[in-house]
Design a binder for this molecule. Structure first.
Ligand code: SF4
Length: 184
């Protein structure tokens, strides 16, 4: 598991980032569900449009196995205020800031010599247009798949982590997840 000193370094550096809450879990505490995948398939316009979303990320079983290769899970949230949370365009427009923070936190873990898998609240926004399905991902080391796209149950994750799932009216709460393992 992560060394106490590494954890302290990461927590110290987190103070410079707009993270609202965070928690450290074991990777095997994540809950996966085919039902989450069904919601992606039936309701998300990003389904089938990105290497960072299903079916490009693989089956839920494959995603669970991929997460199972890591020891720890660092969960965090950022928030953004909008004028109307029902306005999907405005709400989704706030995800860029969260993606940047997710990339910065992954960078912290990497700088500390940890192997990582970063997941975020929406599918990868690295390229203007994803290469899926005509060619391979252009930046496999930078891409950040969607947490739900992996079949992870976010309310359960929030509960285990003791993190608020909602933070008030017209406040968008974005979740991020960094799976990590100490390199030998
Ligand atoms: S890095 Fe680009 S090609 Fe790869 S998943 Fe993200 S948007 Fe798609």
């Amino acid at each position: 598991m992560i060394k106490e000193t590494t954890r302290e370094i990461i927590e110290e550096r987190l103070a410079d980032l707009p993270v609202v809450q965070y928690a450290w879990l074991e990777a095997d505490e994540l809950t996966f569900s085919e039902r989450v995948r069904k919601i992606c398939r039936d309701e998300c316009p990003r389904y089938g449009t990105s290497w960072a979303c299903p079916p490009g990320v693989g089956t839920v079983k494959e995603c669970r196995e991929a997460c199972g290769r890591y020891e720890g899970a660092f969960v965090f949230t950022t928030i953004a205020e909008v004028s109307d949370i029902e306005n999907m365009e405005e709400t989704l427009g706030t995800r860029r800031g969260h993606e940047e923070v997710t990339g910065q936190i992954r960078g912290l873990f990497r700088e500390c010599g940890l192997e990582t898998l970063a997941l975020s609240g929406d599918s990868c926004a690295r390229c203007e247009k994803c290469a899926y399905p005509d060619g391979p991902c252009r930046y496999p080391k930078d891409m950040i798949p969607c947490i739900e796209g992996y079949g992870i149950v976010v309310p359960s994750l929030a509960e285990k982590a003791g993190i608020e799932f909602e933070n008030g009216r017209n406040i968008v709460t974005w979740f991020g997840l960094i799976l990590f393992t100490d390199l030998p």
